[in-house]
Design a binder for this molecule. Structure first.
Ligand code: CDP
Length: 788
């Protein structure tokens, strides 16, 4: 294991996180730490039914509660034209239900009281009469002609269909399949899971009655986008809204959207004239805020008999819940799912995705994943293993045979993605070396021969991600382009402040973004303050999700630092009385070419830039710069993962014995932080592969509303990770970096599942759906002749 010296590198390198000083001392400031004078507390009444008509809502008893200051219902909001709000996918969602409830846990009323307990107590005094309706829980059932219609609020809506979307070339793919020696097909489900961040969602809203300014402290990954949406929806002037996203206890996509609770806190403050806090509890978070995945996939892979993959064909039924609130760029209703061709050199591909409404919570967020890439990677990596099973080939050999080769980059995929750079065989070879792949296969054979002890399985996955949304010409969210702003100010004494539009939820931005400036300017990261998460203090940008911070805001930071450096050059030339053309840069100073002793440090230059030094005409002085960075392309990190499991055939218990992860995210700003991101993502992958699903019964009751039922992986389930790395810089990113935040979550579930199924191969098991709980593993092997 690599240790990290507690020293500060002048640029890229391992360094302890600056923000940890406050986090490990318990001094982080989260939304729930915001306490304002006279602040009131809100609580949400939620529907017990998955589908029911609201007959009446009687709030009189709650209003009579001595500590209650206001009770807000859908009817109240209708009066303000706020009962419905737009979703991130051009649908609408009820803030508080008016006509019907459409999922269990849906928001029905909001109580504002003197304290949190009174608000909760008063919820029980609200009398809602429901007329239960038959729920639609299964995505396939949703499309049947006689299925109950969920979205009766949409004029003329007679079914539960949301969209059809396709990518690739259907005819060419059919043609490739027709001449293939082998076609392997598999149905598979990527179950509904939840990001489950440590900190649940919440907001404190305060409409100042004197200035008319609305300040919202809120758990958001995208403060600027939230401000614009509040302005558009509530009709408030945007400059009179300040969104503050303080320290955030994990986002993972859960904190991208706007939830009814946020809007109710704002309305509560408007109605009472006081600040109002709303913070949901764990069950509310799990049951009503955004889920992820829920993709029912049918995949087919075509190949020659000697294992050359020719094409991939996919049909997906996407369960979007009661409102289409899925978070992704406008033109991509299935997110970036069309990267399902993965890391392979194939001739043709096609996918068709259909979205449907069901009586479940809305959302469809990219849980630690760039817009449905996890689903895509899982699909193709399972298909490759299924093909290996059918061909009787080693899955590593099959992958090596088909991986894109380094000389094919930049590579345009069969569904139109331009992969920027990569050396895939090198990454897979490294993973196989670290794992000792040949020896592992030998061990597996030995153990199978003796029949002793648990079954051993070895699983591989190779993934390519597309992160850094995104180029304005290709994508937007609700019409907002995805460029990011950055502002850099160097004070007279050479200390700097960097203001960013992205927002950290624990990824260490205060450290790594300071390191980018340090690398470019030679100012120590300790002397650079990173400001983010406050719309009044930072430039506009679309926030942090989909591992976009480094690809987009990181690019903005490098460019803005280079602008300061160019400004510094002019000041230095005035100080040294030479032409700027005669100056040369080394980290931290400009010096005269051929005379290295004649130079000025960035700190000396900063002071001079603020002095009475005479500068050339048109040069204004100071060392400040701004930038709006519009990335030319996404970045394409990739990796090779190998998982080794032991499976007890009697109990179905899976133990992850080893996990090797070789990641390539281009240039690493802070390798320690990168490794931390990978560790967390791998643990999440084990959680999804082995234990997590948001389950519902046939009445639409949510069966995973607590951590007793929805399991979070811990150190007990995780092995000591074995990491490797390759570095293939992104050719278009200013510092050659690609995103890393989500790579491990994207790549690891398939490796774990492939490993478990590899162990079950002697039982003739070709596929089983996640989560591979002991019961699922045991069930999967029950039909095997080995059982009789
Ligand atoms: O958008 P998000 O911060 O979630 O993801 P990211 O851009 O992949 O970055 C996660 C963390 O890893 C940040 O602190 C990055 O600056 C850091 N990182 C790095 O040090 N080197 C890279 N090549 C990529 C990310």
């Amino acid at each position: 294991m690599t240790t990290t010296e507690n020293h500060t590198p002048m640029g890229f390198g391992r360094m302890h996180r600056k923000e940890d000083a406050r986090f490990i001392r318990g001094h982080g400031q989260y939304v729930d730490d915001v306490n304002l004078p006279g602040m009131l507390h809100g609580a949400v009444l939620r529907s017990p039914h998955a589908h029911a008509r609201i007959v009446s809502v009687d709030t009189s008893a709650a209003e009579a509660h001595p500590k209650v200051k206001a009770v807000i219902t859908g009817q109240t909001l209708e009066g303000l034209n706020l009962a419905w709000m737009p979703t991130l996918s051009h649908d609408v969602q009820a803030v508080l239900a008016t006509d019907k409830v459409r999922f269990q846990g849906q928001e029905v009323a909001f109580v504002v009281a003197d304290d949190h307990y009174a608000a909760r107590d008063a919820l029980e005094l609200i009398d809602v009469e429901y007329e239960p309706l038959p729920p639609v829980v299964d995505a396939r059932r949703a499309l049947e002609p006689d299925a109950p219609v969920i979205r009766t609020d949409i004029d003329g809506k007679r079914d539960n269909h949301i969209f059809d979307w396709e990518a690739g070339d259907a005819a060419r793919t059919d043609e490739v399949f027709a001449r293939a020696d082998v076609v392997s097909a598999q149905d598979m489900l990527y179950p509904r899971v939840h990001p489950a961040p440590m900190e649940t969602c919440g907001a404190v809203a305060h409409l100042d009655p004197i200035t008319g300014k609305l300040t919202v402290w809120t758990t958001t990954q995208a403060p600027h986008a939230h401000r614009t949406l509040y302005a558009l929806v509530a009709g408030l002037p945007e400059h009179k809204i300040r969104v503050i996203s303080p320290d955030i206890g994990g986002g993972f996509g859960n904190k991208v959207g706007i939830y009814p609770g946020y809007v109710c806190a704002v309305v509560g403050s408007i109605v009472t004239g006081k600040p109002v806090k709303w913070v949901e509890d764990r069950s509310e978070n799990l049951m009503s805020t955004s889920f992820a995945r829920d993709y029912h996939m049918h995949g087919e892979i075509a190949a020659t008999s000697d294992g050359k993959i020719l094409g991939v064909r996919v049909k997906v039924l996407a369960d979007h819940g009661a409102f289409n609130g899925t978070a992704q760029p406008t033109k991509f209703p299935a997110g970036f799912f069309s990267v399902f061709t993965g890391s392979y050199d194939i001739e043709a591909a096609h996918c068709a995705v259909t979205g449907v409404y069901t009586n479940k919570a809305p959302g469809g967020v990219a849980y630690a994943c760039s817009f449905r890439i996890t689903e895509a990677v899982y699909l193709v990596e399972r298909l490759v293993d299924v093909l290996a099973y059918d061909l009787g080939m080693d899955p590593a050999e099959l992958r090596m045979r088909n991986l894109l080769r380094p000389e094919q980059f930049p590579y345009v995929s069969k569904t139109g993605w331009e992969y920027d750079s990569g050396d895939y065989p090198r990454a897979l070879s490294q993973a196989m070396d670290i794992a000792g792949y040949a020896e592992l296969r030998e061990e597996q054979k030995r153990r199978a021969a003796t029949g002793d002890g648990p079954l051993m399985g070895i699983g591989i996955s190779f993934f390519t991600e597309a992160v850094g949304a995104g180029p304005r010409k290709h994508m937007d969210i609700l019409g907002l382009g995805m460029a990011d702003g950055a502002e850099l100010r160097v004070h007279p004494t050479g200390k700097a402040v960097l203001r960013l539009s992205c927002q950290s939820q624990g990824q260490g931005h205060e450290t790594t973004f300071a390191q980018i400036v340090a690398e470019e300017l030679g100012i120590s990261p300790d002397d650079i303050e990173v400001v983010h998460g406050d719309t009044d203090q930072t430039p506009f940008g679309l926030g942090t999700y989909g591992s976009r911070s480094t690809p987009v805001s990181g690019g903005a930071t490098a460019v803005v630092a280079r602008r300061v450096r160019e400004r510094a050059k002019i000041v230095a030339s005035a100080m040294l009385e030479v032409s700027p053309d005669d100056l040369e840069w080394e980290k931290g100073r400009w010096f005269v070419q051929g005379d290295p002793d004649s130079g000025k440090t960035i700190q000396e230059i900063a002071l001079a830039a603020h002095s009475d030094l005479e500068l050339p005409d048109g040069v204004e002085g100071h060392l400040d710069a701004t930038c709006v960075y519009n990335p030319p392309n996404l970045t394409y990190p990739f990796g090779a993962y190998i998982c080794v499991v032991d499976v007890d055939p009697e109990t179905g218990q899976v133990k992850v014995r080893r996990f090797v992860a070789v990641d390539d995210c281009g240039v690493r700003i802070n390798p320690m932080i990168v490794e931390g991101q990978v560790h967390g993502g791998l643990a999440e992958g084990i959680g999804m592969a082995l234990m997590q699903v948001m389950a519902f019964d046939e009445d639409g009751n949510h069966l995973g509303g607590s951590f007793m039922d929805y399991l979070i992986p811990t150190a007990v389930e995780c092995p000591s990770w074995e990491l490797g790395e390759t570095v293939t810089p992104s050719p278009h990113h200013p510092i050659g970096a690609k995103g890393i935040g989500e790579s491990a979550t994207v790549g690891s579930p398939a490796a774990v599942v492939n490993a478990v199924l590899d162990a079950l191969k002697p039982y003739g098991v070709r596929h089983a759906d996640m989560p591979l709980t002991p019961a699922a593993v045991w069930r999967a092997s029950q039909n095997s002749p080995l059982r009789t």
